[in-house]
Design a protein around this ligand. Structure first.
Ligand code: ZN
Length: 1011
């Protein structure tokens, strides 16, 4: 036979485009529309329906960016389609807002209501129809149309004016292009679905495979029998022509795909939070319409916050969701408040993502999620396996690591081992997308790409449009049905993520192991972008901890009303703002301005709670100057988690002139030399007398780099930033100030239009030198780093993560090490060699890089460079402009335990209050390695005391946890405060607790009588 394959394929594609697709609707009649433009922010249906609507014609230009228009669409169903439409057809309303149909979302969208306020379905570019019930005579539909701008466009990453209402242009973005009632030919629709699946499958089969040719020839036969002038009349014979190839069963060893409906809806990103509420309503309404039609369709939906939005803003949607959850079709997954970032949230916050999320699903639906579901977060902390397991979950899902620039993750199904040794069964969908259409190309990729072939047979495919677009479509479900058992294709079954994980774990218990963090080799700028959003997070994480500690202590001792509701709301806000495009700083300006405002409001609430609780405990006014210490470490003679008057007295701090204009700061504990340019040339702890700063390499050198990522500006820090650098050596002003028991060297540098003031302060009694940076930042597309070279021989750096720290190499021996050129720390890093180390704590930054040097004498030194500020232009062209303040403390001669305490020091400054009496700690931990992170009352309102502790140094420990009072029982629980069998338990005042390295424990004191 002559080879005409490509000609037949070309014929097929042209025929589908020009004849088959246009024949989908047999007939259509125009509908009329009236419109009411909303003043600015969205209003509920009940408000909109009361308004006066004015007629608008087809071709009407509408939709200033971020505005809303309510359309009322009316008309009659043609008499000949009544009482029943012609056999094999369905009546539908078709709406085109003037969007670009080559994309699923990121443009205008609408949600359609009946006049009684019940929801019908949503409208999106690739899902732009509404059902009309058989027998319905009059069309009367209200559509809330949102003129969302396409902020990213073609992802050229140009600065956009669309990131704020105020900066967005006023002209309309869209045009009312189509409003019709139409008759859809079901046979043609099925034929299109048949052809789409076969065409996609054929393209993936090897040229030499018989199956490929069999499909090609069947499609060719189909083209012959279809009459271009009579498609509806010949569609069935067309289907018959390809029925044989569609009926051939899958190979016995075909890969198995569990397809679960999904819509990845970012909680905010290139649109504000309020738009996500509407995106959820639109998507969930669509999805439930599909469920009515397809009982086998299952939709996996994460993020308790999104369900709560429906409960609060769209109760009718939420009521239907409850029914569909009960029916097993709408499946809560992930058990988190949002799909958060996992690098930056603190330990307790990461735990609360699961506590708040899982508890919401249990309370509302009686459903406990057992998988963590984070397809899109930017890398995964090594603490997560323990946190996931402690929340009572078993499985973990992500897909993002397939975005790695350099190294390919070796596994798709594996055990992931965390820093404490906990393992969770983990899956990366090899389809490499979380918005699959179930195309032949995607399914074939899933099978080809699956690393576990030969040992495992099943992978997960999340299908459905996300971020607008409406989630899964009927076409995708048609594709799932056609590939259920189809020769040459993976075998596709629709189901839930639980169905997948149970099957995958059962067939592959001996899966390989990945140990430690899952670092994303991309988006390395997200540890630094939008500092103010990050600072709000860090500040409120600490204030939440303090508010819960003092409120719980006061509630048990004085009957203080524990502000459970206010704390829950504060947590919900902080957890929401940890979403994986908010905390990382990769959203539009609107989102970050709002995040800063919301963080400020939470701060105000928490400061109020803290002040009230401390007043309840210590009395208001009074004659004592109390220092309140929320840190889990005693300071200045003030006990951990308590308050006392200052008893410690320290030798004075001296600031003396050294050589060449240097200043020598000394407090009897450490001695620092700050040179004329404000650089630290010497740092010594008197206890060991060892110099921490390498000769000729001063610390505290500011480095300004060009920062021009190839793509994804707010997200990415590309390695080439290191190739151009300006060290900010010149100083415009310098002076020394000694006030009370502090001595400070202040330097001011002007860089372009930016102003950088640094205050190097040594305080009496402290073992660390503080570097405070006050920066008025006016740079664009630059990154500012703070370099701290240390005379420490360290092959690895310890960086704090949730409930512990992890080690990362300081060298670049392997491609994995080299690709990790910017990483995340929490409150501290520590660099150590046997017998000596240096700790550096910070109050609000996350990004750092580390390198090493060799001296002429052969000794190696280590340099940490902290990322202070960036200024990417997309998606927020004004990101990080303005004033900032960030602090570091460097402690020479410090152990890892000192580093932990230093981190808490900076996060939890002592509070000075006038009070009547000291505050005894409500609990104490005898072993300083075991840190009390959280003290709170139980989530269930029982009044029980809950204490969360962890081993902080990476070794074994044993502590006695003692309550200031007695309890009826003392039990170890999971994160959801449910008693764990087989763990230590007791009664009375104390409990003995062994800890493995980095172990996290939650202890519940039931029936507490406080002293
Ligand atoms: Zn996302």
């Amino acid at each position: 036979m002559h080879n005409d394959h490509s000609l037949v394929e070309a014929r097929l594609d042209r025929f589908v485009r020009d004849h088959l697709t246009p024949a989908l609707y047999r007939d259509a009649r125009p509908l009329a529309a009236t419109a009411w433009p909303v003043d600015r922010e969205p209003v509920p249906f009940e408000t909109a329906v009361e308004q006066t609507f004015e007629p608008v014609p087809l071709g009407w230009r509408w939709g200033r960016a971020w505005s809303t228009v309510w359309l009322r669409v009316t008309g009659e169903v043609p008499a000949e389609w009544l009482p029943q439409p012609p056999a094999g057809t369905r009546i539908e309303v078709l709406v085109d807002f003037g969007y670009n149909r080559s994309r699923s979302g990121f443009q205008a969208e609408g949600l359609a209501y009946r006049p009684d306020g019940s929801l019908i379905k949503s409208i999106a570019p690739l899902n732009s129809w509404l059902p009309v019930a058989p027998g319905e005579r009059h069309i009367d539909v209200l559509i809330e149309a949102a003129a969302n701008p396409d902020v990213a466009g073609e992802y050229t990453f140009d600065p956009t004016p669309y990131g704020l209402w105020e900066t967005a242009p006023d002209e309309p973005l869209y045009e009312l292009k189509q409003l019709e009632v139409a008759l859809r030919d079901e046979t043609v629709w099925h034929l299109l679905a048949d052809v789409w699946t076969l065409r996609g499958l054929m393209a993936e089969l090897p040229e030499g495979s018989s199956r490929r040719h069999e499909i090609l020839r069947a499609l060719e036969d189909m083209l012959d029998v279809l009459d271009p002038e009579g498609i509806p009349q010949t569609a069935q014979v067309g289907r018959d022509a390809i029925a044989g190839v569609l009926a051939k069963p899958a190979h016995a060893s075909a890969h198995r795909v569990l397809a679960t409906g999904h819509a990845h809806i970012d909680s905010a990103w290139l649109w504000p939070l309020r738009e996500t509420v509407r995106k959820c309503a639109r998507t969930f309404t669509n999805v439930m319409d599909l469920m009515d039609e397809h009982p086998d369709f299952v939709f996996s939906c994460s993020s308790a916050q999104q369900y709560l939005w429906m409960k609060e803003h769209h109760p009718r949607v939420f009521a239907r969701m409850k029914e569909k959850v009960a029916a097993g079709q709408f499946v809560p997954v992930g058990g988190m408040w949002v799909e958060s970032d996992t690098n930056m949230p603190g330990g307790e916050a990461m735990a609360r993502q699961f506590i708040a999320g899982k508890q919401f699903f249990i309370d509302e639906f009686g459903v406990e999620c057992e998988e963590a579901w984070m397809p899109d977060s930017f890398g995964y902390s090594g603490a997560l396996p323990q946190i996931v397991a402690a929340a009572g979950s078993r499985w973990f899902l992500t897909q993002k690591i397939s975005w790695n620039q350099i190294n390919r993750m070796p596994h798709h199904t594996f055990w992931w081992e965390g820093i404490d040794g906990t393992r969770v069964f983990t899956h990366f969908p090899p389809v490499d997308t979380y918005i699959s259409e179930l195309s032949g190309k995607e399914l074939a990729h899933a099978e080809r790409n699956f690393s576990e072939k030969g040992r495992a047979t099943i992978s997960l495919v999340p299908f459905g449009w996300g971020d607008g677009g409406g989630g899964p479509t009927r076409e995708m479900i048609a594709a799932a049905h056609r590939t259920a058992d189809l020769e040459g294709s993976p075998r596709v079954t629709m189901g839930s993520s639980r169905d997948f994980f149970e099957a995958a774990e059962a067939e592959y218990p001996q899966a390989p192991v990945w140990s430690g963090e899952m670092y994303l080799e991309l988006h390395r700028g997200v540890f630094t972008s939008q500092l103010r959003t990050k600072q709000g997070n860090r500040r409120n994480e600490s204030l939440l901890r303090q508010a819960e500690l003092w409120a719980a202590t006061a509630a048990l001792r004085t009957g203080f009303a524990y502000p459970r509701e206010a704390l829950a709301r504060a947590w919900q806000t902080v957890l929401l703002l940890q979403f994986h495009d908010i905390l990382p700083g990769s959203s539009i300006a609107w989102v970050h301005r709002e995040a800063e405002q919301r963080h400020a409001a939470v701060t105000e609430t928490l400061e109020g709670i803290i002040a009230d609780a401390i007043a309840a405990l210590a009395g208001q006014g009074g004659e004592h100057d109390l220092l309140v210490n929320a840190s889990p470490f005693a300071r200045e003679g003030v006990p951990a988690l308590g308050a006392a008057t200052l008893v410690a007295s320290h030798p004075a701090v001296t600031a003396t002139e050294g050589a060449d204009g240097a200043t020598v700061l000394d407090n009897g504990i450490i001695r620092a030399v700050v040179d004329a340019r404000g650089h630290v040339t010497s740092l010594i702890a008197h206890a060991d007398g060892r110099e921490a700063i390498p000769a000729g390499q001063p610390a505290n050198v500011l480095r300004l780099h060009r920062d021009l990522p190839n793509l994804w500006d707010a997200w990415d820090l590309d390695q080439h930033y290191q190739r151009t650098v300006t060290e900010l050596l010149e100083v415009d002003e310098r002076h020394v100030r000694t006030v009370g028991d502090t001595a400070t060297v202040i330097t001011v540098r002007r860089v372009g239009d930016s102003l950088i003031e640094q205050r190097l302060t040594l305080r009496a009694g402290e073992s660390a030198l503080e570097i405070e940076n006050r920066i008025d930042w006016r740079e664009r597309e630059k990154i500012l780093k703070l370099a701290v070279p240390l005379d420490v021989h360290a092959d690895r750096i310890a960086a704090e993560t949730q409930f512990g720290h992890l080690y990362r190499p300081t060298h670049t021996n392997t491609s994995w090490d080299a690709a990790r050129f910017e990483a995340c720390q929490h409150r501290f890093v520590h660099l150590g060699e046997p017998g000596y180390g240096v700790a550096i704590a910070n109050d609000s930054t996350y990004g750092y890089d580390v390198g090493r040097d060799t001296r002429a004498d052969g000794g190696t030194t280590t340099t940490v460079r902290f990322s202070l500020l960036r200024a990417p232009l997309f998606p927020d062209p004004e990101s990080d402009q303005g004033e900032h303040l960030m602090r570091f403390r460097i402690a020479p001669g410090a152990t890892i335990g000192d580093a932990v305490a230093l981190g808490y020091d900076l996060a939890t400054p002592l509070r000075a209050v006038r009070a009547a009496a000291p505050i005894a700690p409500i609990v104490t931990s005898s072993d300083p390695a075991v840190v009390v992170e959280t003290v709170k009352l139980a989530e269930d309102g029982s009044g029980d005391l809950v204490v969360r502790l962890y081993e902080s140094r990476g070794g074994r420990a044993h502590t006695t946890l003692t309550l200031d009072g007695t309890a009826v029982t003392i039990e170890c629980t999971d994160l959801l405060e449910r008693t764990l069998d087989g763990e230590p338990a007791g009664t009375g005042a104390s409990i003995e607790l062994p800890f493995r390295a980095f172990q996290l424990r939650t202890v519940r004191f039931r029936g507490v009588s406080a002293r």
